[in-house]
Structure formats: structure tokens, C-alpha cells
Design a protein around this ligand. Structure first.
Ligand SMILES: Nc1ncnc2c1ncn2[C@@H]1O[C@H](COP(=O)(O)OP(=O)(O)O)[C@@H](O)[C@H]1O
Ligand SMILES: [Mg+2]
Length: 303
């Protein structure tokens, strides 16, 4: 057999692949109720979309039913998930025209547990068109809550909803922060990263007071991390100091495969599942799932 002629090196590689794939397929703990995450940071290019789609893909690979909502008019999350948004209704229709979620959600090819509510071309006009509406900050909350309820009633409950936001704190992001209980903040370790965080926290405080008392920053992920630079380590230490409970210990390394994947309409989880970037996102997703499960996160419940 050909196998018998494999070199030791090849055997080592195939062994590694088997272990890697087995770990990818290991199921993750199911949360008690649907966890809604808003991925927010008003800075552009910090890894919001990359984190949203890859964490969602990793959760789905762990067997958790996951919905990605693309709330950025640029539609980058759709691109990475291979979602066709030409002439298809999307989030503008939901937010401005009251179209039900059920009519816009698409299945993501290759992932039995992953679905996506796409950004349509008109979404860029949503902020302006929502300004005069009643409960303009709660449009997403009203429509999403109904959809999640209907899905649950059909026995198709989502375990996770991950909302990808545009790089601003405008009405679309405010809508996302109003429906979520948890905010995931990707931080790129560079000089001004923490200053941007202050503004996000101020906005969040206002939303807590008026619109959504339970929302909080639950998760911080360091992105495009380069452990060789002093600055990256300094920023990481500073984030750890301020957010010891929120920071996920595994940083996402700067990795070529992560940045290549979207041009093939893929997440890195399928594009190169055993690359360091994919393994890092899988580790982060596992940690998120573990923290959300009260049987594994050491929380003590008293009566
Ligand atoms: N870990 C990473 N390694 C290399 N490139 C990355 C990484 N994370 C993101 N990128 C790239 O950086 C750019 C910005 O990331 P993106 O997720 O689109 O940011 P945002 O959504 O915050 O604007 C994209 O081109 C993306 O492919
Ligand atoms: Mg983005």
C-alpha cells in the first residue's frame, strides 16, 4: 500500500491533521438561552468583521446554531460567508420596511448550523431613513426578538447571534447595542486602541441608562497580534489590567491566511482550518462558549 511508503515526516503531519480535525469537531456547550453578541468598535480595520464571521463559523462547527447579522452597509461579513446579496432583501428591508427576518435570512453554504441576515445595498441609507421613526433605536430589537421567538417555537432555536457593526457609533450600532446583552470588542494592539474604547464605553453607558440596562462588554479579543513587538505586548498588558475578566487569553495572530480567506468567499475556518489563525479563532470560540455555560464557568448559583 502507498501508505507504507510514507516518510516519518508525513506520518507526523497526518497524525497532526487527525488530531486537529477531531478537536475542530468536538461539540461546544450549549448556552441556556440565546446569547446575542454585538461586535463593536468605532474604529475601522480593527478586525470586527473578521472576528464576527470566524467566531460564528467556529461556534457553528462546534455544533451551535448561529446567526450572523451583517449590519455594515459594506457587506464584508456577507463576502466572507459567501452570501449572495445581489437583488436580495437584507437588513434595510427589516429595519426600515418591517420585512420579517424569516424572509431575508440565508443559509451559509458548507455549514449546517450557520445562517446569515445579509446587508443589502440600501442599508447605507438606513440611518437617515430611521431618524424620523418611532423607537428608532429599538427597530432591530423588535424584529429580532420576534424572529428568535418564532424560531424557538419551531424547535430551531439559535444558540448564538453575532452582529457585525459598521465602524461608527451611529444608529445602526446603537440598534445592535440595544438588542444585545453582550458586546465583543476586537482590539488591535496599537497606540490609540484604548482611547477609542473610552468613547465606546461612554456610548454604552448611555444605552444602559436609557435603552438596555443589561448590555455590557463581556468579551475582548486582541486581533492582528504580533508578539514580537513591544507595543503589542504593552497594549495587551494594559487591556488585561483594565479588563481582567473580559479579555480572552488567546490573541488572534496577524496571519496571511486570515486576510486571504475573504477573497475566496470563505472564513479562515474552512479556507485553512489548521492554520494558526483558524486555530486561534477556534480557541477563542471555545472559550466564549465555555464562559457562557454555567455548568463549566465556576459560577456559584445560590437560591
Ligand atoms: N488576524 C489578522 N491577520 C491578518 N489580517 C487580518 C487579521 N484580522 C483582520 N485582518 C485584515 O484586516 C483588514 C480589516 O479587518 P476587518 O475585520 O475587515 O476590520 P473591521 O471590520 O473592524 O473594519 C481586513 O483586510 C482583514 O482581512
Ligand atoms: Mg467590518
Amino acid at each position: 500500500m502507498d501508505d507504507s511508503r510514507e516518510t516519518n515526516a508525513n506520518e507526523a503531519i497526518s497524525e497532526k491533521r487527525v488530531i486537529g480535525i477531531r478537536r475542530l469537531k468536538e461539540p461546544m456547550p450549549t448556552p441556556i438561552k440565546t446569547r446575542i453578541f454585538t461586535v463593536a468598535n468605532q474604529k475601522g480595520g480593527v478586525g470586527k468583521t473578521t472576528s464576527a464571521v470566524n467566531i460564528a463559523a467556529a461556534l457553528a462547527m462546534g455544533g451551535l446554531r448561529t446567526l450572523v447579522i451583517d449590519l455594515d452597509p459594506q457587506g464584508n461579513a456577507c463576502t466572507a460567508l459567501g452570501i449572495d446579496r445581489r437583488n436580495k432583501p437584507g437588513m434595510y428591508e427589516v429595519l426600515v420596511k418591517d420585512r420579517p427576518f424569516a424572509e431575508i435570512v440565508q443559509k451559509v453554504a458548507g455549514f449546517p448550523h450557520l445562517e446569515c441576515a445579509p446587508a443589502d445595498r440600501e442599508l447605507a441609507a438606513a440611518e437617515i431613513n430611521m431618524v424620523g421613526m418611532v423607537a428608532r433605536e429599538s427597530r432591530l430589537k423588535i424584529s429580532l426578538t420576534k424572529y428568535l421567538h418564532d424560531r424557538e417555537a419551531n424547535g430551531e432555536r439559535f444558540d448564538y447571534v453575532i452582529i457585525d457593526c459598521p465602524p461608527s457609533l451611529g444608529l445602526l450600532t446603537v440598534n445592535a447595542l440595544t438588542v444585545a446583552e453582550e458586546v465583543l470588542v476586537p482590539i488591535q494592539c496599537e497606540y490609540y486602541s484604548l482611547e477609542g474604547l473610552t468613547l465606546l464605553i461612554e456610548t454604552l453607558n448611555q444605552i444602559q441608562q436609557i435603552l438596555n440596562p443589561v448590555v455590557k462588554i463581556s468579551t475582548i479579543v486582541l486581533t492582528m497580534f504580533d508578539s514580537r513587538t513591544r507595543l503589542a505586548n504593552d497594549v495587551a498588558n494594559s487591556v488585561r489590567q483594565h479588563f481582567p475578566n473580559e479579555l480572552i487569553d488567546t490573541p488572534i495572530p496577524r496571519a496571511v491566511r486570515i486576510s486571504e480567506a475573504p477573497s475566496f468567499n470563505q472564513t479562515v475556518m474552512t479556507y485553512d482550518a489548521l492554520s494558526p489563525g483558524a486555530i486561534a479563532y477556534m480557541t477563542v470560540a471555545r472559550e466564549i462558549a465555555r464562559r457562557g455555560n454555567p455548568t463549566t464557568n465556576n459560577e456559584v448559583h445560590t437560591a
